[in-house]
Design a protein around this ligand. Structure first.
Ligand code: SAM
Length: 195
């Protein structure tokens, strides 16, 4: 599949997860999955359902360390804003968080979710992670959950991460990987970007 077609199929898939999260059959979505991945169950239960129902991360980037008060955090492929809101609560009013996603329905839901969760120090931008609308050297912590695997140009995403990070900044990401024993033929079959 060509890059444009892959891009369109990813947007279609995640538009459905934003608007009808309960209909997803192939991978875990929602608060139960977040609890299984190590997020605090009481904190999840206290959030409005809209904030947690479209969570489709594959791990917990905060298991590598929580954002600190005052930091600027960038969430690549933020979806409906679950991790961005988690980070916004930790950085506090002296910090801020930016969520980036290319799927309009996810960005729209993330903005509503931030308002529902009562966090004002977040901003969501509809964009591709291969071309970040973010200033050079402006970010303390980049987080990402289940997104790099969907990019057709991973070296470019990494180079964007290095461009926007401050010296000494961190990238904390969770993702899915191909095991070495998977052949290119199997990868081509199984590795459909949005399946
Ligand atoms: C598996 S979901 C994860 C969403 C969120 N991180 C979470 O944990 O709930 C992947 C998200 O990445 C977004 N995405 C995929 N490829 C992207 C790209 N190249 N640029 C921007 N967003 C992308 C999708 O629109 C989708 O919302």
């Amino acid at each position: 599949m060509k890059s444009d077609a892959l891009h369109a199929s990813v947007v279609e898939r995640f538009t459905k997860i934003a608007t009808s999260p309960g209909a997803e059959q192939k991978f875990p979505v929602g608060p139960k999955s977040a609890k299984r991945l190590g997020y605090d169950a009481a904190e999840i239960d206290a959030l409005p359902p809209s904030v947690t129902e479209s969570f489709c991360g594959v791990g917990n980037p905060f298991s590598l360390g929580e954002p600190r008060p005052g930091q600027t955090v960038l969430d690549l492929g933020c979806g409906a804003g679950f991790d961005t809101i988690h980070a916004a609560r930790r950085v506090g009013s002296a910090g801020r968080c930016i969520g980036i996603d290319m799927t309009a329905a996810m960005i729209e839901k993330a903005r509503k979710n931030a308002a529902l969760a009562g966090v004002g120090n977040v901003e969501f931008r509809q964009a591709e992670i291969e071309r970040l609308p973010v200033d050079d050297g402006s970010i303390d912590l980049v987080i990402s959950n289940g997104v790099f695997n969907l990019s057709t140009d991973k070296p470019r995403v990494l180079s964007e991460v290095f461009r926007v990070l401050r010296p000494g900044g961190r990238l904390q990401m969770a993702d899915i990987l191909l095991e070495p024993q998977v052949t290119p033929e199997e990868a081509a079959q199984k590795g459909a970007w949005s399946d």
